[in-house]
Design a protein around this ligand. Structure first.
Ligand SMILES: *Cc1c(COP(=O)(O)O)cnc(C)c1O
Length: 422
């Protein structure tokens, strides 16, 4: 077994990670590090965390053998870790609960977050309602327009959504605004970051909270494999999509010491890895500093962040968590790309073959699993992190398929591509 102890005391994963934040945040970050160090192994804290995961989120989430899909691919057995079945429909809630519990213990009655597609905002608003915390979510004005159902969800849950009008009016502008708020209100405010990015201790802390995913899999997989008469304890490969990288780190981390299990992160290749229209920071980016840490980012010669693209809003981010940059460098994890079209095909395929509507983000992981399965034997296995459900994406999919689902008569004769005639 590989021994793996990362990050170091200052939050470095090799030459990645660390803490690049303005001096005005030094105090807040120190306070957060101390609080996390105090509670991360505290039995009472962990007991409450796992109780919340059991009763509010619905954990453990099942591992499911996708029997029809596996048979049709004709190779490895494919298993899905069903994070889509969590309350609020994705893995994000695991991390948000951990951070909100810290906020309460630190005596911070006010929570801020930033969100792009709105998924992290909804998860944060959810837990703030549960705990009676004030919740302010920063969101680019452009995203507020594009993601109106999620904006309304956050409002229903009692959050204040602040549209950010500066810059390109998207995620990076919302991030800057959230930072500004934090600097101004450090005393009573906790900043909940939604992925394994940000300055130390966020990448480590978010990974730890999300590691419940992989820890459950370590316990669940031996039985699932035995049922398929596979004499192994661990899958041959674990696959997850990578936006910021939190669902991937969550399922990868407990498997890192088990070197016979390949860890494969799937980035959004958009219109192709060489098209310039993608979000593949690890495969097409270079080292630089973004959002308080050193990692791989998509930048031009002058260090300006470049435009990213993906069919799935949750993968559309110009950076990636620093631990992924490290895992790539030491060769413990591999990173591949799946295009918009491949992800969309996998989305439709999983709907019709397994009766599961996956998030477009997760569809990237499913698509790569389908390709890889064909190259493996039937007594080998692949575990896919199905990070979220696709209800939020049906509007996008309908648009791409030329269907207006609010206009019922027009749906007649519009069989979804690949489906039976209506
Ligand atoms: C936000 C999101 C992602 C991407 O975030 P990671 O931090 O890379 O996990 C992936 N899947 C779903 C369903 C999401 O909501």
């Amino acid at each position: 077994m590989l021994s793996y102890q990362q990050p170091d005391a200052s939050g470095h994963f090799g030459r990645y990670g660390g803490s690049f934040a303005s001096e005005t945040l030094t105090h807040a970050l120190t306070e957060l590090r101390e609080a996390y160090a105090r509670y991360q192994n505290d039995p009472e804290f962990l007991k409450e965390f796992h109780s919340e995961l059991a009763h509010f989120v619905g954990r453990p989430s099942p591992v499911y053998h996708a029997a029809r899909m596996s048979r049709e691919m004709g190779g490895a057995q494919i298993f899905l870790k069903r994070e889509d079945l969590n309350h609020t429909g994705a893995h994000k809630i695991n991390n948000v609960i951990g951070q909100a519990m810290l906020a309460r213990r630190m005596g911070k009655p006010r929570v801020i977050a930033e969100t792009g597609a709105g998924q992290h905002g909804v998860a944060t608003a959810t837990i703030c309602a549960r705990y009676g915390l004030e919740c302010v979510v920063y969101m680019g004005a452009e995203d507020v327009k594009r993601q109106s159902p999620n904006v309304y969800r956050m409002k229903l849950l009692g959050a204040t959504v602040v549209p950010v009008e500066s810059g390109s009016r998207t995620l990076k502008d919302a991030l800057n605004e959230a930072m500004r708020d934090w600097v101004a209100n450090v005393d009573d405010t906790f900043y909940i970051i939604g992925t394994v990015a940000g300055p130390h201790p966020y990448p480590m802390m978010v990974r730890d909270f999300q590691s419940v995913i992989g820890t459950e899999c370590l316990a669940q997989m031996p039985g699932m494999l035995a049922e398929q008469r596979i004499a192994a304890e661990h899958p041959d490969a674990v696959i997850a999509c990578v936006g910021g990288g939190s669902n991937a780190m969550g399922i990868f981390h407990p498997y890192i010491p088990h070197q016979n299990t390949r860890l494969i992160g799937v980035e959004a290749a958009g219109e192709g890895l060489d098209s310039g229209k993608h979000s593949a920071s690890l495969q097409r980016g270079s080292a630089g500093v973004l959002h308080g840490n050193r990692t791989f980012i998509l930048q031009d010669q002058n260090g300006q962040i470049t435009e990213t693209h993906s069919i799935s809003a949750g993968l559309d981010y110009p950076g990636v968590g620093p631990e992924h940059a490290w895992l790539q460098e030491i060769g413990r994890a591999e990173y591949v790309g799946i295009t918009d079209k491949e992800a969309l095909d996998a989305f439709h395929y999983l709907c019709r073959t397994e009766g599961i509507i996956p998030a477009l983000e997760s569809s990237h992981a499913v698509a790569y699993a389908m390709q890889l399965a064909k190259t493996l034997r039937t007594d080998q296995s692949i575990l896919v992190n199905l990070s979220g459900r696709g209800d939020k994406d049906i509007g996008t999919v309908a648009d791409l398929s030329g269907v207006d689902f609010y206009d019922r008569p027009s749906m007649r004769g519009h069989a979804v591509k690949g489906g039976p005639a209506a």
